[in-house]
Design a protein around this ligand. Sequence first.
Ligand code: NAP
Length: 364
Amino acid sequence: MSTHSAVVTVGPGLPLAVHQVPTPVPTGDQIRVKNRWTASTPLDLHQADGGLLVQPPQILGDGVAGEVVEVGPEVSKLKVGDRVFGFCWRTQAEKAHQEYVVAPEYLFGKVPDGLSMQAAVTVPNNFVTAWHTFTKNFDFELPWPKPQEYVPKEKDVWILIWGGGSSVGQYVLQVLKWYGYTKIITTASMKHHQRLQAYGAAKCFDYRAVDVEQDIMGFLHTQASSGGIGYVLDCIGSAEGSVRPVAQLAKAGTRVAILLPVILKDAAEGVKPEYEMDVEKVADWADGVVVSGVRTHFYLDNKFLAEHLQPEIMPTLLSSGVIEPNDQIIVEGSTLLERAEKALSMLRNKQVSGARLVWRVSDE
Ligand SMILES: NC(=O)c1ccc[n+]([C@@H]2O[C@H](COP(=O)([O-])OP(=O)(O)OC[C@H]3O[C@@H](n4cnc5c(N)ncnc54)[C@H](OP(=O)(O)O)[C@@H]3O)[C@@H](O)[C@H]2O)c1
């Protein structure tokens, strides 16, 4: 069997390594993709430094953009030469920080004409996260196709997106705006406020302000018929930086979803991060608050989303301009390993703000 290079974590806090791994021949509905661009995300840091949900040696990454080079016998929608992008994570063959990725075609969409692969690769994992969170954790309908004159039933309820400047937050805002949600507030650094308002936030708050919780409550009191906050999505999952203020704002009846893991201690040079997966434990929630953790890895349980989200909804909303990709920071380096290590170091040192780290997988 032929082999190719893959970036693996060999143990928590250890330097990454490049291994030669088998290049499987696609079977059934699988395609083989020559992976051109990938992204490094906080999950890569959680796994490399914290050993979260990994069994080393494990290939990292879950965002792929490249060309189809081989198809299995049951593939019906994609063909050799198509430019595709996708969120793939379940097996070593599907993971993204490697030269070839083999996965079923339903985990990919076609990159819209005119969109670069480096921009496209910022989209899949957190676009899927946005959709999964609101349909699964909050039971929002997000009907597809969207009926003309669609009015969401939660339109009069305030929604707080904590951390709207994050990659997830940016896709969430854009999707909710398109469905007609207008009562959305968000927290982010001031430098991101203008963009987030364009993405649909009615009001942005500086999360670093000492009294940010009071600022938010004060704003809601000025709003006619405000019944408080109905839904809170914590896009950050920092025990101190987001969960604590969110717990102060959530009252009986508020539904809170937190992107897992909850970070108890941040990764840093020489510091092993600490995580908690039980969201009930991480704050003193008021009676009647309904809190849940988000696990996007389960989105395929929804058969409709499994079939339509990446192949159809994601490229359609991108090509029609409803969604724009995250800004990209291109991570340079002369080897695959150098680029992967540098990206991880930038995540560790919190050098990512309102953008996604992307890098070339292929040296060709
Ligand atoms: N469980 C799941 O299904 C799932 C899925 C996707 C993501 N996640 C997790 O969700 C988290 C976010 O992922 P991501 O890819 O969206 O991250 P990201 O884009 O890398 O997040 C960085 C952004 O977060 C902002 N930020 C940091 N601390 C903040 C705080 N206390 N309040 C408000 N904003 C803050 C930063 O803003 P400034 O630079 O302006 O300070 C920066 O723009 C990660 O921990 C990730 O692992 C989980």
